[in-house]
Ligand binder design. Sequence first.
Ligand code: NAP
Length: 530
Amino acid sequence: MGSLPFTTSDVQTSTAGVLSSPTLLCTPLMGTTVDQMLIEMRKAKEIGADVVEIRLDCLRNFSPQQDLEILIKRSPLPTLVTYRPVWEGGQYEGDENKRQDALRLAMQLGASYIDVELEVAHDFNNSIYSKKPENFKVIVSSHNFHNTPSAEAIGNLVARIQATGADIVKIATTALDITDCARIFRIMVHSQIPTIGIVMGERGLISRLLSSKFGGYLTYGALEAGAISAPGQPTAKDLLDLYNFRLIRPDTKFYGIIGKPVGHSKSPLLFNAAFKSVGLNAVYLHFLVDDVKMFFDTYSTPDFGGTSCTIPHKEAALKCMDEIDPIAKKIGAINNICRRPDGKLTAFNTDYIGAISAIEDGLRELNGVNPGASSPLAGKLFVVLGAGGAGKSLAYGGAQKGARVVVANRTIERAKELADKVGGKAMTLDEVEHFHPEEGMVLANTTSVGMKPHIDVTPIPKHALKHYCLVFDAIYTPKDTRLLREAKETGAVIVYGTEMLIRQGFEQYKNFTGLPAPEDLFRQLMEQHA
Ligand code: NAP
């Protein structure tokens, strides 16, 4: 069950591969009545699916002759008919002969595909031998709801499926780890007959999204969230609009964000829209990662371009890098990993650039632009509230720009440790209220005080804000925190956490592609999806 690295030869086979035809997008219909399924198939066509899967086992009162005639003949898309028994994860509990009769009838009535389970495929295929209409194909499927077996075991399974006379092999396994998908990719790339390879579960998502990269015959996309026919299935709409499914080819470079959890990240939305806007042959995915080292060891091909990195991997990922940007090293956390052409992994921290550049622009807005001058933060008294991940980025960034840094934190030991590292002073959060050795200081909140759902609290009383010329809040949910509202009322320039978020994204895009980020597009999408 070990995860073998996905090698360069796998990618080359995929690029030159035998199965270079476009992967089909199939939407399962899960309605419990024929009428519901008729509505669903029209919706599937509108969304942009290529095929609909009629799940006969979902129908409540199924009359084979009458219902199949209607469903197959009236479908605006080619049909794949499945009548999944309980023993293979479906809902049908009745007589096995009747089930297989219905599948044979579907074939006669013009279904493009039927899906039959490996356990009965041999006899079933014999029963339709020489009766198969032209262009009709039998998918022989095997489902494993527990794990993804070793590469050798999957290879043997493919051979068994092929031996039944299958036109198309379908293997669905379960991901216990995201690296399980690599074994299925390898099978799809090297298979001599059309193959559908799916790794079920949320850790298997990339097996569905990258199906066209690795020559999969078909991938499944649900009609809507919650109407899934197997665990981890994305919606057809997300496949098409969020992940640019139609643009993914064998030579498409892939990127993503590693995290746990990670599904909430808006990064795929931003990066995929950006890639599409400039015609870059690349896709950006959600990577739900448990073990960072295993992930990087497994996905090590040249067409894997790198990742963004979020909680809880910002520190663990450091150990897997070949090279670390000096400031990222000092901060002790990375959020952007790029694979260089020679295969080496280089890491950056773009959080600090995002935040510091936003604060610098805020100060320039206040004082006017002074071309050629050093950072407007140079010499400023810079009070950083918090000593966690964001606090470190801000404190190091400020110190690097020549600011005099003060770190204030609820846990004083953490404040002291960080202040020592950046050559600054430390104090408790409570002391900040009465700390005003001079006017025109800069304040950066990096604590989570004021973050949703506790939006009524603030880390520093309003009256203390009058000593600051600029106030930044790293929190971006909500965008308008109580701290920023009160700072504005006090007359300070304010800088939003969304600005840090978006600017760190610009830097990541530059690092990944070597191109400037389409900033207006990023901003527009952030506004739309805030
Ligand atoms: P973190 O590493 O967990 O650090 C949390 C910090 O908040 C610590 O300093 C902690 O103090 C302090 N804190 C938490 N609860 C507190 C409370 N009730 N009273 C006082 N202090 C409290 O988290 P992080 O990654 O730095 O994130 C912190 C905030 O920054 C979050 O709101 C996050 O969403 C935001 N952020 C924004 C961006 C962006 O792009 N805008 C990027 C990264 C983070 P102790 O040390 O005493 O526990």
